[in-house]
Design a protein around this ligand. Structure first.
Ligand SMILES: NC(=O)c1ccc[n+]([C@@H]2O[C@H](COP(=O)([O-])OP(=O)(O)OC[C@H]3O[C@@H](n4cnc5c(N)ncnc54)[C@H](OP(=O)(O)O)[C@@H]3O)[C@@H](O)[C@H]2O)c1
Length: 296
């Protein structure tokens, strides 16, 4: 029997790398592509690459993810995060493929006192969030057969992310006897790439369509997550809490980034574990990779 073919766009990114590996393990015939072999800002390149893939599933993990840079590069943010995904979706529709797209908690303003579900109206505050919301809408308008997963606070083995940033900062400051200060008034759910892959691959072959929240269960602040990261790494550094006002950034961050995976739960399709278990699995994966590297 032929394996279903999948095209993963953004295959060298943090999520794309793991999705390619997990999808292969799951029996898919995975075709990888990333910039410059495909350019989301170039509609013709997107159309050509998607058409020649002959894929049954087109998964877009590519994006302009530098949240603060988006504030000063609005045009590029919309080209890559809004128009690009729309072009991918139209190309997927033209070959009869299902379009899967990854979105973000930044589509919300973060003012709600409870977790956001899929029925809550988006109200993005940053250019990044606005461009990602426009991307969701373009995907939905261009390919009826679509699944959009909103994820948040992503980390994985590949690429730069909060875990690696905190570790290197903690090591540096521990060496000089300093502390690290981390915001304690933004709430969200640290979510591993492994868990996102598990959820996406679980839903992919079903007839479910539309927008899904897909983050790890439970929540914490960046300060709480930092304490876990530093303790797991055994770095002797003091971690101090601060407010977002004390740590201003060019792009506003939602205070409440907690997403409820409501639709997946209602459909009996939610498989994501709690954030602490996912983080322990990430540490085990990291140790395994380290061992493989050492024995080579
Ligand atoms: N990271 C998070 O915390 C987070 C949170 C919520 C949602 N998300 C969403 O999750 C998805 C995956 O994020 P990630 O962290 O895996 O992103 P990432 O590591 O930044 O990967 C993005 C990929 O897109 C590629 N890319 C950039 N410009 C491109 C272009 N013009 N044409 C084609 N490809 C291009 C990048 O290639 P280069 O490396 O060559 O630029 C990279 O391989 C994105 O949709 C993001 O918005 C992420």
């Amino acid at each position: 029997m032929n394996e279903p073919r999948m095209l993963v766009i953004g295959s060298n990114g943090q999520l794309g790398t793991d999705l390619c590996r997990e999808a292969r393990r799951g029996g898919y015939d995975v075709r990888e592509i990333d910039y410059p072999d495909i350019d989301l800002a170039d509609r013709r390149s997107v159309e050509r690459r998607v058409a020649e893939s002959g894929a049954a599933y087109v998964i877009n993990c590519a994006a302009y993810t530098a949240v603060d840079d988006c504030e000063t590069n609005r045009e590029r943010a919309f080209a890559l995060n809004a128009d690009g995904p729309g072009a991918v979706a139209a190309a997927a529709a033209s070959i009869g493929a299902r379009m899967v797209h990854i979105s973000t908690d930044y589509v919300f303003d973060g003012c709600k006192a409870e977790p956001y579900d899929e029925n809550d109206p988006p109200n993005p505050q940053s250019v990044y969030g606005k461009s990602k919301l426009a991307g969701e809408r373009n995907v939905a308008a261009s390919c009826e057969n679509h699944q959009i997963f909103r994820i948040a606070w992503l980390y994985g083995l590949h690429g730069s992310n909060f875990v690696f940033t905190i570790r290197s900062l903690a090591e540096k400051n521990a060496a000089s006897g300093g502390a690290i200060t981390v915001v304690n008034d933004q709430f969200g759910s640290p979510t591993s790439t492994r868990e996102v892959c598990r959820q996406v691959l679980h839903v992919l072959p079903t007839g479910l369509a539309g927008v899904f929240h897909a983050t790890c269960e439970g929540w914490c602040t960046w300060f709480d997550f930092t304490k876990e990261i530093v303790a797991a790494a055994g770095i002797p550094v003091e971690v101090r809490p601060c407010t977002s006002a004390e740590f201003p950034r060019p792009a506003p961050r939602p205070k409440n980034s907690i997403l409820e995976n409501e639709r997946l739960k209602r459909a009996g399709m939610a498989v994501m574990t709690d954030w602490k278990s996912a983080f322990r699995e990430f540490l085990r994966d990291e140790a395994d990779v380290g061992e493989e590297t050492c024995t080579k």
